[in-house]
Design a binder for this molecule. Structure first.
Ligand code: 5CU
Length: 410
């Protein structure tokens, strides 16, 4: 029976550049940096595709929507978002020297705690939207993950994040401390994060080399393909190096629904099984590990979102290695995947996200916080449009799963 109460909406992929971080970017001459364009407006230049000649050579406008809390709240209200779990946007602290990264992480985590914990809803102003909770802001903290850092300094930052009440996880790029997420140097860091019970939001920044052509395509291909392929490769490496066998309770939330990982997981599995160098590395078939991960629902299309759910739903079929796999009935497979309460297990692993403040409307009102964003509506429509999902599934993806994963007090 359909419930009359509207679903809680929690945004798990939403970024900020706190004022201290903006100042850091303003002082820089190299990418990443904030510069002023000819009209005197600030532009952030993050990707090498945005510098030099070409349509996007001036970077992207960076205004108060990146650093002012009221702008985040206005955006949330305009889209009916009850709660946001905000994270520092790329490229985090990756470009700093170790000592700078340690103090910047410390300061940012304190700023994030205050950003979230000091918010209280205005009592009198007109209410375009009535949220289901007054606790509307939580955050992922930052760690000083840079080459040359001492492990103990990263562990100290994990302890700091754990102690801050509104910080429920950590945002992490794909480089770890310089050599990727499969670097053995990451082992004690993963162990500490597991012990602290924090969620790691893995997000791309570097893309993959601009291969197979030289034409200028702005940053569309870098964001549309480079970012998700970067996540795909980084997480495939992490799994293949056995991180999820050694840390089965590590909670990883993957940006952009893990890119191409769900679509390529069976091919990857086959490649692993047929490679004598790696075939015995893992305790389970590669596909099994996709059921240990969490995914944002930032796919922009219902069919793509359905693919993620279906691949993740069948992950348990692949427990064990090639010789031991106990396949559920191959013919009636999908019905047999149902959990006892009738929800496909993959549904429990997917969570709504917006990517705010990236992808604002290019045209229209000069104040984008006052209008609905197409990029947000496409992701809401995707959740509404997945074949086979009913109200129960949609409620979980829109907010229920996030409440559980982050332990949100709603
Ligand atoms: O798609 C995204 O998540 C992003 C992001 O986070 N940062 C960025 O520069 N562009 C797009």
């Amino acid at each position: 029976m359909a419930s009359s109460t509207r679903p809680l909406l929690v945004d798990v992929h939403t970024h900020i550049y706190p004022p201290t971080y903006m100042n850091l970017l303003r002082r820089r001459e190299q990418i990443p940096k904030v510069v002023k364009n000819n009209e005197g407006n600030e532009m952030v230049v993050l990707l090498k595709e945005e510098e030099g000649k070409g349509a996007n050579s001036k970077g992207r406008p960076v205004g108060p929507q990146y650093y002012e809390r009221e702008e985040k709240i206005k955006f949330m209200d305009a889209h009916g978002i009850d709660v946001s779990v905000v994270s520092l946007a790329n490229p985090w602290l990756d470009f700093l020297e170790p000592a700078e990264a340690v103090s910047a992480a410390h300061e940012l985590n304190v700023d994030l705690q205050s950003y979230c914990s000091t918010y209280s809803a205005p009592s009198s102003s007109p209410k375009p939207f009535t949220p289901k909770t007054q606790k509307r802001l939580f955050a992922f903290g930052s760690l000083p993950l840079v080459p040359g850092i001492k492990t103990e300094e990263v562990l100290e930052a994990v302890r700091q994040v754990k102690e801050l009440s509104h910080l429920r996880g950590i945002v992490m790029g794909t480089k770890g401390v310089g050599k990727g997420l499969d670097d053995p140097a990451m082992e004690p860091i993963y162990a500490a994060i597991v012990e602290a019970g924090l969620v790691v939001f893995v997000h791309p920044h570097y893309g993959i080399e601009n291969a197979f052509g030289e034409q200028d395509n702005g940053h569309a291909l870098a964001l549309g393909l480079g970012f998700p392929f970067e996540t795909t490769i980084a997480i495939a490496r992490l799994i293949l190096s056995g991180v999820l066998d050694r840390h089965p309770t590590l909670k990883l939330l993957l940006a952009h629904s893990a890119g191409a990982l769900p679509a390529l997981s069976s091919r990857l599995s086959s490649c692993i099984i047929h490679d004598p160098h790696v075939k015995d590395r893992l305790q389970n078939d590669f596909r099994y590990y996709l059921g240990q991960l969490w995914y944002d629902a930032v796919t922009y299309g219902p069919e793509e979102l359905a693919l993620v759910e279906r691949v993740v739903s069948r992950a348990n079929n692949y427990e064990g290695t090639d010789d031991q796999l106990a396949f559920v009935d191959r013919v009636n497979g999908r019905a047999d995947l149902l959990a006892p309460e009738g929800v496909f297990p993959g549904v429990e692993r997917i969570m709504f996200g917006t990517d705010h403040p990236f992808f604002p409307p290019l045209e229209g009102s000069s104040d984008p916080s006052q209008q609905r964003w197409k990029s947000v509506d496409e992701n809401l429509d995707a959740i509404a449009g997945v074949a086979g999902w009913g109200e129960g599934e949609r409620r979980k993806v829109m907010g229920g799963n996030a409440v559980e994963l982050f332990g949100l007090e709603i």
